[in-house]
Design a binder for this molecule. Structure first.
Ligand SMILES: C[S@@+](CC[C@H](N)C(=O)[O-])C[C@H]1O[C@@H](n2cnc3c(N)ncnc32)[C@H](O)[C@@H]1O
Ligand code: SF4
Length: 409
């Protein structure tokens, strides 16, 4: 056996931190702007069968993560809060019995205010969920109607109040650039959110995604200048209120950045179970990406056959630099340069030409110890990332870019 390492393959001495993502693919109703892998729950959701399938899915993947501890768990969707607290308890109990979760690990569950019951939230907490991510979107009743949400502003406020009381560690998802929104309207909306002082806010610019109702029949959205003004006003207000803008769309009070999403952005590993879930796993000599069957029915059938994977690919040396930067450049402070070797298994030298070009163009901070976009690099992120693109087909770029949002679509 040769002792000379193959330069085409990565080499890991220690593996990156590992997170677990669990996808729940149903919602009360499909929102007209949303292209996540979420399906309207017509009739009964096969909840117990799905929990069984998730545990079977996890079990079949265990040999790939043997001996590794999980730093965070994220129940995302869809709408995981559609499930009963008993199901989440059984699921989390089943996960703990199969996979070691670090003591004190962040365990987040996404909830829609339209599924809110105090008792249920208390049940999620008792089951071990210690962070709630609430899909508020807006506190303006007219906007909630325009967005086709299943809840009104009163329900959003009640859910927010209870979430903060029960979990303390809470995120609100909010969107801006909403139909007919003005700067004043957006500021008034944000003021309502800030009155709750949530430790974390995710602030997304509403985008028209292909295959959505809004894409087919767009609502009257604010023009580019107004959207930019809203963004500027929102950023300033959040900074004054003590939130650090630590990632493209994420704001946190000190010490409250999302551990799970930060692990994605720092090119950590993640196991993803459930319909359409993605995984990225490192081994001593390769990085593997997995995709599970997307349609809930198909997923259940394939799990029963013992075939959870729709696709599995090895990340190539040509692609890994781009994939790393796509994630890391979302972080305002970037990452330590040493993370490149630690998390990709390749020396930083494989992207030295792109790094030099990006620094020369003023898109990357000139600091050998950190990989961090300049303000210009953040504004023109596509130009920055393009420099790291080898010859990736557009479709693959889109797949990875969506994953990098930290939620599966
Ligand atoms: C999986 S959902 C969160 C929880 C839950 N399903 C809900 O909506 O209440 C993730 C978040 O992505 C955001 N989102 C979805 N579609 C979007 C779009 N087209 N543009 C911007 N943000 C979007 C929303 O803020 C949403 O809360
Ligand atoms: S935004 Fe949330 S509730 Fe609405 S369809 Fe998407 S995942 Fe479901």
């Amino acid at each position: 056996m040769s002792s000379i390492a193959d330069p085409a393959k990565p080499r890991f001495t220690t593996l990156p931190p590992l997170s677990l993502y669990v996808h729940v693919p149903w919602c009360v109703r499909k929102c007209p702007y949303c292209d996540f892998n979420s399906h309207e729950a017509r009739g009964d959701v096969p909840e117990a069968q799905y929990v069984d399938a998730l545990l079977k899915d996890l079990e079949s993947t265990l040999p790939l993560v043997w001996g590794r501890k999980v730093v965070s768990v994220f129940f995302g969707g869809g709408t995981p809060s559609l499930f009963t607290a008993e199901s989440i308890d059984r699921l989390l109990g089943g996960i703990r019995a199969r996979l070691p979760i670090m003591p004190g690990a962040e365990i987040t569950l996404e909830a829609n205010p339209g599924t809110f019951e105090r008792q249920k939230f208390a049940g999620f907490f008792a089951a071990g969920v210690n962070r709630l991510s609430l899909g508020v979107q807006s506190f303006d009743p007219a906007q909630l109607r325009a967005l086709g949400r299943v809840h009104d502003d009163d329900e959003a406020r009640r859910a927010a109040e209870s979430a903060l009381m029960i979990f303390g560690n809470v995120n609100f998802d909010l969107m801006y650039g909403l139909p007919n929104q003005t700067v004043e309207g957006a500021q008034a909306d944000l003021a309502q959110a800030l009155a709750f002082a949530p430790p974390h806010l995710s602030f997304y610019h509403l985008t028209l995604e292909p295959n959505t109702l809004f894409h087919k029949t767009p609502p009257p959205l604010p023009d580019e200048d107004t959207a930019a003004d809203i963004e500027g006003a929102v950023h300033a207000t959040l900074a004054r209120a003590g939130y650090a803008h630590y990632e493209t769309s994420a704001y946190a009070k000190p010490g409250r950045a999302c551990v799970h999403n930060t692990n994605y952005w720092q090119f950590g590993d993640y196991l993803g179970i459930g319909a359409g879930a993605h995984a990225k796993l490192s081994f001593s000599d390769r990085i593997v990406r997995q995709l599970r069957w997307k349609q809930p029915k198909q997923y259940l059938a394939k799990i029963a056959e013992g075939m959870p994977l729709q696709d599995e690919t090895v990340v190539s040396r040509e692609d890994v630099g781009f994939e790393f930067m796509l994630n890391a450049m979302r972080l305002t402070d970037g990452v330590p340069a040493a993370f490149f070797q630690e998390r990709t298994g390749y020396p930083l030298a494989i992207v030295s030409r792109a790094l030099d070009a990006a620094t020369q163009k003023g898109l990357l901070v000139a600091d050998p110890q950190r990989l961090c976009a300049t303000e210009l690099g953040r504004r023109f992120q596509n130009d920055l990332l393009e420099l790291f693109l080898a010859s990736k087909p557009a479709k693959a770029v889109r797949l990875v870019a969506m994953e990098a949002t930290g939620v599966e679509r």
